[in-house]
Design a binder for this molecule. Structure first.
Ligand code: 9MR
Length: 569
């Protein structure tokens, strides 16, 4: 309501990089080529060409043409494309066009910190807020959290800190774990293949910005310390296991800032998946922190090894899929992949656990598929760490699985109207599709790192084009970036649509993206019958398609860092 309809010309609203492909999409009834014109910021025509009809596009249910203006490389801002009377949104051409996405995509995590004030000197006045869940009324505090009444574990845990998962105030080990892994992997990849200085100390606006440690590792540690605190203490039944999650007893309304939340906080039961997440991420942290803080590195490794042993002793503790009141369930019935991932991280860090890696049914690159990895499918994370480490075990099969999967995405993207590395069996788009797209963009980036074949680099940039506006809703899915960015993400603080005194989303937050299953009442009301890539609306209550989460932003941050690095060369 009140939102202008999508324009027919869809571009990367942020911009394109000289020397790399520059493509846009046009929705039109025409079946024959049309003339396009590129204009610079003064309105002068600087290039023209013919569109390429691609026929009917199922994902958007539109007839789409492709526009390729790759040959034009002059730097500038305010460029537009036009076809007939239709004009695109403006964009830049520059090697630095996406550079600041590094910081903005990673700033998301500081905004989401629990248990500490979010300070204006790091985020500006609009986004500053008091510490959440710090035991100051009406908060109940995360310092002495008991188990749910039906579990009665007989102890409380101090689980302050960590990141709020999303628009809610839950803290979940399974998706917090993969998000921390991905920040740590952003650093680990850059240290091996790329530009680790861009992730160094002083690169982010966070309290740890001058402690001598790369800031992206500091940010991940904020979550790590929370994950470690979720472990069942020694001397208790299930010691070494990790509680699955901690969240409010009942869902709160919009808006509710973290410090205003009066709900009781409760721990859910330990689960095997959460325990293996902790094992994997703690093991990964131990090798990355060794040069900076040997004590923490040792503590992380010992917690990770303890968790792994506990998971082996309790391999079938599956989180209750119906435990979804006051917080999401994040239930994952299959943990073969989490076992593999944890074993791989432990092996890379210690040289032990080798047989656990090679005996897994997933060894040999079996985890890669066109859907991609996420909180419920983590085997690929172990493979990626094995490939980067090049330690002992053969990684040839894993490398070829990465490349084969990347090729399948490129083949799919070549015929798509609005190319994105995304596929499901039924052609639908699922909850968090943008997170899967960003993770598949990461896979394309890794394929380039491994092969140096330009087609994979181009695929990673095309992924960014889709997320930043070359899509059929004609929105940039990243707040603060592009001519028409998402503003009203589902969030209890960035709730301007509910309360004009509150802010919209800060720059760098990725919307969950199209979800053709329409799993909330607003989506059901506004989007009946939508084509998969168009099942999206910028509405704060459309939580099944416009929420944000740490695990989607970690994927986006990984890709942002990769793309920024490859824009400069
Ligand atoms: O990201 C999760 C998605 O994969 C699931 O399909 C969905 C429904 O179970 O839940 C998503 O996670 C949400 C969580 O349950 C609660 N906090 C917000 C998360 C993102 O929407």
């Amino acid at each position: 309501p009140g939102v202008e309809p999508a324009g027919p010309l869809r571009v990367n609203q942020v911009g394109y990089v000289p020397g790399l492909p520059k493509q846009a999409s046009l929705a039109t009834g025409s079946t024959t080529p049309l003339t396009w014109t590129l204009r610079d910021g003064t309105g002068a025509s600087v290039a023209t060409g013919q569109t390429t009809p691609k026929g009917h596009d199922a994902a958007s249910d539109e007839n789409v043409h492709a526009i390729d203006f790759s040959a034009y490389d002059r730097q500038g801002s305010g460029y537009t494309l036009s076809v007939g009377d239709d004009v695109s949104r403006p964009f830049d051409i520059s090697p630095t066009v996406m550079t600041r996405l590094r910081q903005d995509s990673l700033a998301f995590f500081y905004h989401q910190r629990s248990g500490t004030p979010i300070e204006a000197r790091y985020v500006g006045e609009d986004y500053a807020r008091p510490a959440g869940h710090a035991n100051v009324a009406p908060n109940q505090g995360d310092d002495e959290v008991p188990c749910r009444a039906d579990l009665d574990c007989g102890y409380t845990l101090d689980v302050r800190g960590g990141w709020y998962d999303a628009g809610d105030h839950g803290k979940y080990v399974v998706n917090g774990g993969i998000a921390a892994w991905q920040l740590q992997n952003t650093y680990e990849r850059a240290a091996l293949f790329g530009d680790k200085a861009a992730l160094g100390d002083g690169t982010l606006a966070i309290p740890e910005r001058s402690n001598g440690v790369p800031d992206v590792l500091d940010e991940a540690r904020w979550e790590l310390e929370f994950l470690l605190s979720m472990q069942v203490p020694d001397g208790r039944p299930l010691s070494g296991m990790a509680h699955h999650k901690i969240h409010d007893e009942q869902w709160t309304g919009l808006p509710t800032l973290p410090h205003q939340d009066a709900q009781p906080r409760r721990l859910s039961a330990p689960s095997t998946a959460a325990t293996l997440n902790l094992a994997a991420v703690a093991a990964q942290a131990s090798r990355l922190w060794a040069p900076y803080d040997a004590e923490f590195a040792a503590r992380a490794l010992s917690a990770g090894e303890k968790a792994y042993a506990a998971a082996k002793a309790h391999p079938g503790m599956i989180a209750d899929p119906n435990d979804g009141v006051g917080g999401g369930s994040y239930s994952d019935p299959t943990v073969t992949d989490e076992f593999y991932w944890a074993a791989a991280e432990l092996y890379v860090s210690t040289g032990r656990y080798r047989a656990d890696v090679t005996d897994s049914p997933l060894f040999g690159g079996k985890s890669f598929d066109a859907r991609g990895f996420d909180w419920g499918a983590t085997g690929a994370l172990g493979d990626i760490s094995l490939v980067l480490a090049s330690r002992g075990v053969s990684t040839e099969d894993i490398r070829s699985a990465i490349v084969t999967t990347a090729d399948a995405h490129l083949a799919n993207m070549a015929s798509a109207g609005h190319p994105a590395p995304y596929r499901t069996g039924d052609g639908g788009y699922e909850w968090g599709s943008n997170g899967l797209v960003a993770n598949n963009g990461m896979l394309l980036g890794l394929a380039y790192d491994l092969t140096r074949a330009a087609k994979y680099r181009n695929g990673a940039f095309a992924t960014m084009d889709y997320l930043l506006g070359r899509n059929p809703v004609d929105f940039s899915y990243v707040s603060g970036w592009g001519d028409r960015p998402v503003r009203n993400v589902h969030h209890r603080h960035w709730a301007n649509q509910k309360d004009p005194s509150l802010p919209t989303a800060p720059p760098g937050a990725l919307s969950g993206g199209p979800n053709s299953a329409l799993q909330d009442p607003v989506a059901q009301r506004l989007l009946p019958g939508c084509a998969p890539q168009r099942c999206w609306v910028d509405h704060i209550e459309a939580y099944s398609l416009n929420e944000v989460t740490v695990n989607w932003n970690s994927a986006f941050a990984w890709l942002s860092n990769w793309v920024a690095e490859h824009s400069a060369t």
